[in-house]
Design a binder for this molecule. Structure first.
Ligand SMILES: Cc1cc2nc3c(=O)[nH]c(=O)nc-3n(C[C@H](O)[C@H](O)[C@H](O)COP(=O)(O)OP(=O)(O)OC[C@H]3O[C@@H](n4cnc5c(N)ncnc54)[C@H](O)[C@@H]3O)c2cc1C
Ligand code: SF4
Length: 327
């Protein structure tokens, strides 16, 4: 690990100003992701700015939804009654991630900023365009069982590891960010970006941007949401494929739907094709099967991860059976 300095942020505004003036500086929240990457020499900040003393831990519920401070822990958010009742997929996704110890430490802001678990990215002896642009991608012809099947580029085929961010897609979440130009709001679907020619860029945030809050707007759709995660072992494991599904059904017809998919793309993947296959149709096994097929359309495997196409189809159906009351 490289030597680095440590400082505590006094307030949100001065934290942003400090980072804007120093490209080697990085925020640290729970530290469960950035410290691992520093130990592996994947990240080498010269100064860590500790934001954990900022007043961004509150969970505020009202008639219009829930506002989560970016420093609220995964455990506290998963446990919050208004999140469990109004946004069940969000609570389920948080509880399906990491371990109790990690969830007590890790923050939700850090969760949506966490970096890929691609083993080549974390091994500095391997070629990785995300770590070193122009270096190549060892995963494309390598051990790519855990890698992406949609949204990839010739430069990077990694997956985004966050369960929470997948669930946020199913409930129309907004991310509130403070940056050089003041406060702005970013819909979660626009927050992460695909690798394209610049896999080193993962979100629309600029250096210095600070996530202050994550807002969950109340809706009938969000109240009827579920999260299903398929993984190699039952706990303490990242998703092979996961699905967050939300359905709003009245008079036997699906009026609105959201399908977020994890473990398949370099960003939390929203399947508009699956949503279109659901909307205006009855919540039947046939409709759900068609949505599963639509979700997997456009996917391609890289050899060892070909199974993810079938797994996506089946996991979408399973999540819809739960959201649609057929399970
Ligand atoms: C063994 C293990 C298993 C795990 N399993 C899972 C899993 O199954 N599912 C899952 O979803 N996650 C999993 N995780 C990841 C874990 O959830 C993340 O490490 C954690 O959520 C990151 O939060 P943090 O507060 O510790 O972030 P930090 O490590 O402090 O920060 C991570 C990044 O976010 C930036 N950052 C933090 N807060 C802000 C902010 N407010 N604004 C702007 N930037 C910010 C930091 O600069 C840094 O770049 C696992 C982690 C480990 C170590
Ligand atoms: S898949 Fe992406 S993160 Fe993994 S080695 Fe290739 S470029 Fe790096």
């Amino acid at each position: 690990m490289n030597p680095f300095r440590y400082a505590q942020a006094a307030d949100a505004g001065s934290a942003v100003t400090a980072l804007l003036g120093d490209r080697g500086m990085r925020y640290i929240a729970g530290g469960t992701n950035i410290l691992d990457l520093m130990k592996d020499d994947v990240e080498q900040p010269t100064l860590l700015l500790d934001i954990t003393h900022l007043p961004l831990r509150t969970i505020d519920a009202g008639p219009h939804g829930v506002r989560l401070g970016a420093l609220a822990t995964m455990a506290d958010v998963a446990d919050a009654a208004p999140v469990k009742s109004g946004f069940p997929a969000v609570s389920q996704a948080l509880l399906a991630g990491a371990s109790p110890q990690l969830r007590n430490m890790a923050t939700i802001g850090g969760n949506i900023m966490q970096r890929t678990r691609c083993a080549y990215f974390r091994d500095v002896s391997q070629a990785c365009n995300k770590r070193t642009p122009g270096n190549g991608c060892a995963a494309i012809a390598g051990q790519n069982r855990n890698h992406a099947v949609i949204g990839t580029s010739e430069n990077c085929i990694c997956t985004h590891p966050s369960d929470f961010a997948v669930a946020l897609l199913a409930v129309d979440t907004l991310v509130h960010v403070r940056g050089a130009g003041g406060l702005r709001t970013i819909p979660i679907g626009d927050f992460h970006v695909l690798p394209g020619a610049t896999p080193n860029r993962e979100t629309v945030l600029e250096h210095g941007d600070l996530i202050e809050a994550i807002e969950l707007p109340a809706s009938a759709l969000a109240r009827n949401s579920v999260y299903v995660k398929v993984r190699d072992r039952a706990s303490y494991e990242f998703a092979l494929v996961s699905v967050a599904a939300s359905l709003h059904v009245t008079d036997g017809v699906i009026r609105d739907a959201r399908i977020g998919i994890g473990g398949v793309a370099p960003k939390p993947w929203r399947s508009h094709a699956a949503e279109a296959a659901l909307t205006g149709r009855p919540p039947t096994p046939e409709t759900f099967a068609a949505a599963g097929v639509a979700a997997a359309s456009g996917m391609r495997g890289y050899g060892k991860n070909d199974f993810k196409l079938t797994l996506t189809r089946r996991t979408v159906v399973r999540a819809l059976e739960h959201a649609g009351g057929l399970a």
